[in-house]
Design a protein around this ligand. Structure first.
Ligand code: CS2
Ligand code: MG
Length: 408
């Protein structure tokens, strides 16, 4: 059996999804996602210029060897662009494998460990009142877990994960009005003084059962993160995400010495080499990688297995930039992984998105149910795709009040 060709599409309803379709001489094809938010043309070029020409003629069933070929064969390894491109090919090969076996992909991992995967949604508010309304909206829909972010009084701009406009939960990250990034201004002191009490008010309003998550987005130093974690301990968070800059695997040691707050990190990691110490030294409780920019199912599954050995659970990234294909690949891992934790799920099921990517996967009462169709269980309607193309956009940046660049 041979790979005969592959195509790359960029676009989608309000999105720049990078979708790969791999064709074979057996008539079976596979779909993968290589979307790297606000840098989408780069994995697409890696795919078109280097990977696709090289894999034509290979046996698509040898997905492990093809992964090693892409990774080891590149000589210069890792990085989000390359790993997103590998991820797209790898997902498509697992899709093909499942279709050949006439089984949903989760069966190839070892079957179901649970009936469905708990997901969390993003509640956001320009202020705390607005945030409470947003949390209530998700609770009313049956969500068991909600991430909460709100505007900080006196902060020069809205702050991470917060819309400037009251009640707008949909699009606060990618800005398609141009390539020049919008600048947000950050003030650590105001955040640290305000947020612990705001989180406590949410806990008091919604009671002990709601799983409350909060994302710091890598903005605190190790000492500040330790102090913040101590301050939010009484809130009983499900997790505190990305308290420190992600590159430094030792940065969480201080926090661990001072607090028992569950820590999640990893949406910006693209390989096991960025989180192996964190996992092995028990510096985290949840690993946040995604199958898209952590090299696909083959590599993400290695991370999940390492995490499982050290009692670290999964919490795959599922920001709005992920396409339904990567969410499906993660859904198959979620339903199988013995150490599943939670899934971030924000691929809002708009009619346009469903028309482009028809599938039987579904969300009900805050739980994601995986499709039993062979492969990943997502179709790609190329007639629909014809109306979309790449739109240049930008990702905001963060500066301090004196102009210093900071972590977004
Ligand atoms: C966020 C992301 O989902 C999350 O937890 O941290 O929304 C992140 O801001 C975006 O993926 C950045 O592109
Ligand atoms: Mg995050």
């Amino acid at each position: 059996m041979k790979i005969t060709g592959a195509k790359v599409f960029i676009g989608g309803p309000g999105k720049n999804y990078v979708t790969v379709k791999i064709m074979t001489d057996a008539g079976v094809f596979g779909l993968g996602d290589g979307t790297l938010n606000s840098r989408e043309t780069l994995p697409a070029a890696y795919l078109q210029d280097y990977l696709i020409p090289a894999i034509i003629g290979m046996d698509p069933r040898n997905s492990e060897d093809i992964w090693q070929f892409m990774y080891r064969g590149a000589y210069f390894r890792k990085g989000p662009i390359a790993m997103a491109a590998f991820g797209a090919i790898d997902m498509a090969l697992w899709d093909i494998k499942g279709k050949l076996a006439n089984m949903p992909v989760y069966q190839l991992f070892g079957g179901k460990s649970r009936t469905a995967a708990m997901v969390y949604a993003h509640a956001t508010g320009a202020d705390l009142d607005d945030l409470m309304t947003s949390v209530q909206h998700y609770v009313d829909q049956g969500y068991k877990a909600v991430r909460v972010q709100c505007g900080i009084p006196g902060m020069p701009t809205a702050g991470y994960g917060v819309s400037e406009t009251k009640g707008d939960v949909a699009n606060y990250i990618t800005d398609f009005s141009g390539i020049q990034p919008k600048v947000e201004v950050w003030d650590t002191g105001r955040y640290m003084r305000y947020m612990p009490d705001a989180l406590m008010q949410i806990r008091e309003r919604f009671g002990p059962e709601l799983k409350i998550l909060h994302d710091v987005h890598h903005r605190l130093t190790p000492r500040e993160a330790a102090a913040f974690a101590k301050a939010v301990e009484p809130v009983d968070l499900f997790w505190l995400e990305g308290p420190t800059p992600a590159e430094d695997q030792d940065a969480l040691k201080l926090l661990r010495q001072h607090s028992t707050v569950p820590v999640a990190i990893g949406e910006v990691f693209n390989s096991i080499w960025e989180c192996n110490k964190l996992i092995e030294q028990n510096l985290i409780d949840f690993i946040r990688v995604s199958v898209t920019y952590a090299g696909g199912i083959t590599h993400a599954k290695r991370i999940v297995d390492l995490a499982g050995l050290h009692n670290v659970r999964t919490g795959f990234h599922g920001a709005p930039s992920h396409s339904p294909i990567s969410m499906a690949a993660q859904a198959h891992l979620n339903v199988w992984a013995p150490n599943f934790g939670i899934q971030e799920y924000l691929v809002l099921g708009t009619p346009e998105c469903d028309a482009l990517f028809p599938s039987d996967h579904y969300l009900e009462n805050g739980m994601f149910y995986v499709s039993d169709a062979p492969g990943l269980g997502v179709e790609f309607n190329e007639d629909e795709a014809a109306q979309y193309s790449y739109k240049a956009g930008s990702h905001p940046i963060v500066r301090l009040e004196d102009g210093t660049m900071w972590d977004y």
